[in-house]
Design a protein around this ligand. Structure first.
Ligand SMILES: C[S@@+](CC[C@H](N)C(=O)[O-])C[C@H]1O[C@@H](n2cnc3c(N)ncnc32)[C@H](O)[C@@H]1O
Length: 415
């Protein structure tokens, strides 16, 4: 492989100056400062030292004057950030994953689908790396990091032995950073579909066209938690490729698995992938419902009322982020409430609902308040079986609430 460019740091880079509010955020442990809290900034994206208005140093950061998140701090020290610093951060992220993969208590030991790098929570601004078997899928959304991608990919391939690395550079976050968008092979060979095994299931992703990097790895431990209650009739709403549904069909921890299952998603191609996965794993084909989840839950509720049916014994609700921005919160609350209210209405007595929010603007407390509201309106009394976050390879960074974006609550209808 030709030697990849790995630009050295620029110790003489002009500092970026942040106001009191920006300095207070950094001092409290949050890595980001918004453009409105930056007083002076470089003309072009670069790694630069950060100072407060009195000239006190606050570390080094990826600085992009044209991005809303203008400062993404890498560390609080004095060492100029260059390829060496970034590859060291990458090594630490990979060390952590290796420990998790070897620890039976992590819940993800031995999985071949793993999040190797979780962006700013691993001190790598905007960089996400997911591993599916021998293939790595990279997303990058920080302009100052861009010149170092070659060095990072080389280090990733060398350390993991991956046979192919794909750049999924097609997210709207890149547009907001002023970066070009495309999808391209960064190293080796990447096929149309990539097979891997996780939790005893033979899975496949489409790394080129699938949502995000191809699969949602953050929910796989929660899917196993819900599967521990799987029996009778199951419903996987917002199923994508069947992350929850496959587990519900397989069962876990002594639960036999559901005998009947419906998957609901607007994406017909995701449902087709799910159907192929059920077949590959020798599981009965579920009912596939290519519908809007709100409409489908309303229809199931109406059906239950007219025929007085038995309801579902296990349900997963895993919508996309309904509050992408803070100003969406009221509408998002109403959306989550409507979904959960309908789901609780169609839940059988003793049935279990695994309900999720991946909107970081919706705190766990707010989500539970919404669930109280929905349960009261549905006239259901519920036992909280547990509250959880994302799988441990999606680490939360202390002081950085954006890294604690996923809430998963297991509720059981008491009667
Ligand atoms: C967070 S992903 C679900 C991930 C999945 N549960 C898993 O574990 O792999 C959200 C899914 O919701 C689907 N979706 C978005 N809006 C929808 C709607 N209004 N009705 C049904 N599905 C929707 C998307 O196609 C996507 O597959």
């Amino acid at each position: 492989m030709p030697k990849v460019s790995n630009p050295p740091p620029d110790p003489a880079a002009d500092p970026v100056i942040v106001n009191r509010r920006g300095a207070a955020r950094l001092t409290a442990g949050h890595p980001w400062v918004y453009r409105s809290d930056v007083v002076s900034r470089p003309e072009a994206p670069r790694f630069a030292p950060v100072h407060d208005e009195r000239g006190r140093p606050l570390g080094w950061a990826a600085v992009n004057p044209s991005s809303e998140i203008a400062v993404r701090r890498v560390h609080a020290g004095a060492e100029p950030v260059g390829g060496e610093t970034l590859v060291r951060a990458l090594d630490r992220a990979l060390d952590h994953r290796e420990r998790l993969m070897a620890d039976p208590a992590s819940g993800i030991a031995g999985d071949e689908g793993v999040r190797l790098v979780h962006a700013d929570a691993d001190a790598l601004p905007g960089l996400v790396v997911d591993r599916f078997g021998d293939v790595l899928v990279v997303q990058s959304a920080s302009a100052p990091l861009e010149p170092y991608l070659g060095a990072l990919v080389e280090a990733l391939a060398a350390r993991t032995g991956a046979t192919g690395v794909l750049g999924r550079f097609d997210s709207s976050a890149r547009e907001r950073e002023g970066l070009t968008t495309d999808v391209r092979v960064l190293a080796g060979h990447v096929g149309e579909r990539v097979a891997f095994v996780a939790g005893g299931l033979a899975l496949e992703v489409d790394p080129w066209r699938g949502q995000k990097t191809g699969a949602f790895l953050d929910q796989r431990v929660n899917a196993r938690r819900l599967a521990a209650y799987a029996h009778g009739r199951g419903l996987d709403v917002f199923s994508y490729g069947g992350g929850f549904g496959l587990r519900l069909a397989r069962g876990a921890d002594g639960a036999p698995g559901v005998r009947e299952l419906e998957l609901v998603d607007t994406s017909a191609s995701a449902l087709q992938q799910a159907a192929a996965a059920f077949e590959r794993n020798g599981l009965p084909r579920p009912r596939l419902e290519a519908s809007d989840a709100f409409a489908r839950l309303r229809a199931l509720d109406a059906e239950r009322r007219s025929v007085r049916g038995p309801g579902f014994d296990v349900i997963s609700l895993d919508p996309p982020a309904l509050a992408k921005r803070r100003r969406d919160l009221d509408r998002a609350y109403a959306g989550y409430k409507e979904l959960n209210l309908r789901a609780l209405k169609v839940l059988a007595p003793g049935g279990v609902l695994g309900t999720s929010s991946c909107s970081f603007h919706v705190s766990e407390e707010d989500f539970v308040t919404m669930l109280e509201d929905a349960a009261a309106d549905a006239g259901r009394a519920c036992r909280v079986l547990g509250r959880f976050g994302a799988a441990p390879d999606h680490p939360e960074r202390l002081g950085f609430p954006e890294s604690r974006y996923l809430t998963f609550v297991l509720l059981q209808a008491i009667d």
